[in-house]
Design a binder for this molecule. Structure first.
Ligand code: ARG
Length: 391
């Protein structure tokens, strides 16, 4: 009988390296799946290690373009920010990776899909919901949830005992997930909410006290709610995000320190870095202020919150998420223009904005010459407005 085959989400890290061996010992054939979402890890040597451990194959795909265009920018247009602070960088990458794993599993005629997430986090949910939606009936295994290796030390001992080529040492400061849209840092010393994130948690963003003394301006251009240019020059999505990550990082922009509520009911302390996303969110919101009518803005606010919760909770491939995208896209048709952002010691603030579709009417707003607002109408308006509340 042919061996059963598993497609494993492989990062090159300790958990998933040990998982290869664990599956092999159970008699499975292992196909590793690695994607580039901008984590900047060395895929070439990770792939070699997977094969050396005994994986039958290691598929590597560059998903950066799809990630930014179809996931990050969708979320940007929707204004989705979990609990008002987290830009969802990790959460957005999971359905994308899981979706591609399903494609590989189908091609490989695999029996099982697997990931290296623990049973305490959100990522297991995001992977598995996508597996179930895209490949109903397929078996899902999460080795880290099942095996006896309860600590990092025991995993390293296991790896040593079996001669697995791993790069990890027993000291690991934090658990880090990195992609183009942001970096998530957790655990280690950060588990104490009263402990200020130390220097070594700053990965791509400068500490504000070390950022330049001089402010820098950056102008972002949008079309249909999507960022298309920086300082008047057109950029493809991936390059645009890379550029703003560098620029924002240099000025200490995009750090978040929060206690967030995980889907499984645990509160956790998280530190995030997302400079490009912070600049783009600020700019995008500023443009919407100018272009959208009051009622649409108000309604969209609620949509943003729901959208952020759907993404966080692993419900990317669901009917409501699709319906909300249709609404959001409709609201973005006229979100075109430029926003000038000032970067200075950890902050990204709006300095100026303009749009060919602006609803701002200087003749109505002005307190100077050329006012066309008929102030005599205000009295009757207020009388009616207050009428229902009069005794
Ligand atoms: N708390 C974030 C989320 O659920 C980030 C988790 C990232 N994982 C990590 N190993 N740091 O989306």
């Amino acid at each position: 009988m042919a061996k059963k085959k598993v497609v494993l989400a492989y990062s090159g890290g300790l958990d998933t390296s040990v998982a290869i061996k664990w599956f092999m010992d159970k008699g499975y054939e292992v196909v590793c799946y690695m994607s580039d979402v901008g984590q900047g890890a060395d895929a070439v040597s990770a792939r070699k290690r997977a094969i050396k451990i005994g994986a039958k194959k290691c598929v590597v795909e560059d998903l950066r373009k799809e990630f930014i265009e179809e996931y990050a920018f969708r979320s940007l247009k929707a204004g989705a920010v979990y609990q008002g602070k987290y830009n969802l960088a990790t959460a957005l990458s999971r359905p994308l990776i899981a979706d591609h794993m399903v494609k590989v599993a189908k091609k490989e005629k695999a029996d099982i899909l697997a990931h290296g997430c623990t049973g305490k986090g959100n990522d297991q949910v995001r992977f598995e919901v996508t597996f179930h939606v895209k490949a109903p009936g397929i078996k899902v295994v999460a080795p880290v949830r099942e095996w006896e290796l309860k600590t990092r030390e025991s995993e390293i001992d296991y790896a040593k005992k079996h001669g697995l080529p791993i790069e990890q040492t027993k000291k690991k400061l934090y658990s880090i997930d990195k992609n183009l849209w942001g970096i998530s840092v957790e655990s280690g010393k950060l588990e104490d909410p009263w402990f200020e994130p130390p220097k070594d948690t700053f990965i791509t963003v400068k500490r504000p006290e070390e950022a330049p003394e001089r402010a820098e301006y950056v102008t972002v251009g949008f079309e249909k709610g999507i960022p298309v240019s920086v300082n008047g020059r057109k950029y493809a999505p991936v390059e645009l995000v890379e550029k703003l990550n560098v620029l924002g990082g240099r000025h200490g922009v995009g750090r978040v320190d929060m206690i967030e509520d995980r889907l499984v009911g645990i509160k956790s302390r998280e530190v995030y870095e997302a400079p490009a996303s912070a600049i783009l969110q600020t700019a995008h919101t500023a443009l919407e202020e100018l272009v959208l009518d009051r009622e649409t803005r108000k309604y969209k606010h609620g949509v943003s919150r729901t959208y952020s919760e759907l993404v966080y909770n692993g419900l990317w491939f669901t009917p409501l998420k699709g319906a909300l995208d249709a609404f959001v896209d409709k609201t973005q048709l006229k979100v075109k223009g430029e926003v000038k952002i000032k970067l200075y010691k950890g902050s990204a603030t709006v300095a100026a904005r303009k749009s060919p579709n602006s609803r701002y009417n200087a003749k109505l707003a002005t307190y100077g010459e050329g006012d066309v607002f008929d102030q005599s109408l205000a009295k009757g308006f207020i009388d009616l407005w207050a009428m229902p509340y009069k005794k």
